[in-house]
Write a new protein. Structure first.
Length: 200
């Protein structure tokens, strides 16, 4: 039994923090897990910037409401779901992801939760589990699934390397150069073919 595990931001939808950085005019917020491997460090740094600028959940959700999936992402996901079980595994948060999941046809998503004060200030975040992507893939394997995984960032490497087959998708030149053994693709049809071939 195969199950395909996909990252979300950068693979199916644009990077939420990059979109928010552009909308808010705060370029520092463009840093993502493509740049910073330590997710806790990255998130705490982001929350500090939000606090400094007096920005909260509502301002981010207003930007997310205008974000659409990447061109071809929904069609790719629909086709993938026609022949494979699929779970999206993301380090994003339920409060960010809901409208984007609606636009993708409500796929199964495992992600994290923000801690939000009554004022709307994001005061913290609760990770579902340590190393959520790798932990999820290992848990699926422990109940009899062979996993196939794909993502674009440092925090996807664990699940990609632990899976029966794993692929980088629209990753950075640095990550591709550092991990030349992981096949890398730029187009959805290439990724679909690779996933199909891995299941043979």
């Amino acid at each position: 039994m195969y199950i395909t595990c996909l990252d979300v931001e950068g693979v199916l939808v644009p990077e939420i923090w990059v979109a928010f950085a552009e909308a808010s005019g705060i370029p520092e917020l463009k840093r993502t897990t493509r740049d910073e491997p330590d997710y806790d460090k990255l998130m705490n740094w982001r929350l500090g910037i939000l606090k400094e600028h007096g920005l909260g959940l509502k301002e981010i959700q207003d930007v997310i409401a205008k974000i659409d999936p990447l061109p071809g992402a929904k069609e790719f996901l629909d086709e993938l779901r026609s022949f494979s079980q699929v779970i999206l595994i993301s380090d994003t948060f339920t409060q960010f992801a809901a409208p984007l999941m609606e636009k993708l046809g409500r796929p199964t998503l495992f992600c994290n939760t923000l801690e939000v004060a009554d004022s709307g200030e994001i005061t913290g975040f609760k990770m579902r589990v340590e190393q959520s992507k790798l932990s999820t893939v290992k848990a699926l394997q422990s109940i009899g699934f062979d996993t196939i995984a794909s993502g674009d960032s440092y925090n996807d490497l664990g699940m990609i390397q632990a899976s029966k087959a794993g692929f980088l998708f629209r990753s950075t030149d640095k990550i591709k150069a550092d991990y030349p053994d992981i096949p890398a693709y730029e187009a959805y049809d290439e990724l679909l073919s690779a996933i199909k071939n891995a299941m043979k």
